[in-house]
Design a protein around this ligand. Structure first.
Ligand SMILES: Nc1ncnc2c1ncn2[C@@H]1O[C@H](COP(=O)(O)OP(=O)(O)OP(=O)(O)O)[C@@H](O)[C@H]1O
Ligand SMILES: O=P(O)(O)OC[C@H]1O[C@H](OP(=O)(O)OP(=O)(O)O)[C@H](O)[C@@H]1O
Ligand SMILES: [Mg+2]
Length: 281
């Protein structure tokens, strides 16, 4: 059985569980259930703290896990990213009281609070900045006001938390993160992993794409195909109307309204867009 680690709480937990559900894996009945055996899919799900997941996978006790890319780097565990999962997007950034710092170099000789010391220390050493890292468990934004640090390095999603305490990001983003599927470095192929990857890719694609159907005069078909090339090529079928064809193609969800406008302009009609429930490409 494939042994998979899933975040049991926090920012990635709900999205990871929806993804598993959409991919056809069994859900847990309530948040107290820590292990779920899914006989049908040949998979055992272990619900663990997101921060610990890279450690378990790195030790080889679990085959694969879902965690944040920032947590993976922070752990220093011997694990590698298999695929990005398209949820839990964030950036990891430096911040300080508005107007006090402009680049990482300003941190020389100063104190930086973070709950990602591994990630921050790696960055500071790459930049050749000599700063003291203060490790805190969370709510690091308050560390400046309380005089424990001169700057912070933390996850920023909307920036609301920083704004609320009068802090401002400075310097380049240290990294861009999202939820990722990980495995032990150089682990040999685990039975069931191929299937998990294919199912997850199916969910990612089903979310990224919509299905578009429309009718168009046959003489405009080449222009239409240029707008909706589909995957292997769009399906073009005869319409029960002289000189017209029906076209069906997958289109990226992002920008699909613009594609509809352009199709309309070249004479397409009855343009329908539907969600894709599941797919294998
Ligand atoms: N708004 C957000 N706040 C925090 N983490 C986020 C956010 N959006 C995405 N993430 C990602 O979620 C992961 C952090 O998860 P989580 O919040 O469970 O960790 P944590 O804050 O260390 O844990 P906890 O505070 O629950 O002990 C990181 O990979 C981070 O990039
Ligand atoms: O940019 P924003 O949208 O405001 O989100 C980022 C904030 O959310 C997280 O905190 P969390 O709620 O996980 O609390 P914690 O700091 O105690 O972990 C993170 O550590 C930031 O503080
Ligand atoms: Mg948190």
């Amino acid at each position: 059985m494939l042994r998979l680690a899933v975040p049991n709480k926090g920012a990635l937990s709900e999205a990871a569980q929806s993804m598993l559900k959409e991919a056809g894996y069994r859900s847990r009945r309530d948040s107290k259930e820590l292990v779920v055996v899914d006989q049908d899919s040949g998979c055992e799900l272990f619900f663990l703290r997101p921060r610990d997941i890279a450690v378990y996978v790195g030790e080889g006790t679990l085959d694969v896990g879902i965690t944040g890319r920032d947590m993976l780097i922070d752990s220093g565990a011997p694990v590698e990213e298999i695929m990005p999962l398209g949820f839990g997007g964030s950036t990891f950034r430096l911040a300080a009281t508005a107007g006090t710092m402009t680049s990482a170099d300003d941190l020389d000789g100063r104190r930086v609070a973070t709950s990602y010391p591994g990630l921050l220390e790696k960055y500071l050493s790459e930049k050749g900045v000599d700063a003291r890292v203060i490790k805190l468990d969370g709510a690091v934004e308050t560390a400046i006001r309380l005089g424990v640090a001169d700057a912070v390095a933390d996850v920023v999603e909307t920036g609301t938390t920083l704004r609320n305490v009068g802090l401002e990001v400075f310097g380049e983003p240290i990294m861009r993160s999202e939820g990722v599927l990980i495995k032990q470095q150089s682990a040999s192929d685990t039975p069931g992993l191929e299937q998990l990857i294919r199912r997850f890719q199916g969910v990612v694609h089903a979310r990224d794409f919509v299905m578009m159907d429309y009718d168009i005069r046959a003489e405009r078909i080449e222009e239409a195909i240029a707008l909706t090339p589909g995957m292997e090529g769009p399906t073009v079928s005869p319409l029960h109307r002289e000189g017209w064809v029906a076209v069906r193609a997958m289109v990226r969800r992002k920008g699909h309204q613009r594609v509809m406008d352009q199709l309309w302009d070249i004479g397409a009609r009855a343009i329908l867009v539907t969600d894709i429930y599941a797919c294998r490409l």
